[in-house]
Design a protein around this ligand. Sequence first.
Ligand code: ZN
Length: 178
Amino acid sequence: MSPSAFPILQLGHPNLRLVSKPVDCIASEMTQSFIQQLLSFVAQAKGMGIAAPQVDHAIRLFIMSSHPNERYPYAPPMEKTVVINPEIIWSSRETEKDWEGCLSVPGVRALVPRHQLIRVKYTLETGEPCETEYTGFLARLFQHELDHLNGLVFLDRVEDNHDIVMEQEWLKLIATKR
Ligand SMILES: [Zn+2]
């Protein structure tokens, strides 16, 4: 499947603002084939993650696919993880600001405050329950994707409009910090 076969809803599309419904039939052929399509899509798009609502499926499911690249050399490598019906069960009071971008908001980056450490639970595509902790980049990724399931995008979390920059300027900013 080519990336264009799975159009990504762009900021402004009303469906990006819906609160998604829980997935109640993980084993169904429909859900399983959607998961396979989304996995191959995120691999092709080389995204760090994608949430079902971004491809116009208002269900509580996202994929985490962290890997180091030129823009995020510090992103930890991980197996692609399908996260279904996620919940944050505990979060640290400490927050930290770091850069985020989004396939639904191309060309824009922003400094977004997120909880440093979160304890979460969700269901895997096998139906197995999973409870774990994420810190730093992965905690940020999880919170970013979970927001999509609640109709939020990263710009909604920005504290100051000065923290929003265009990609071209962001590349200059991070180049000077290395
Ligand atoms: Zn996003």
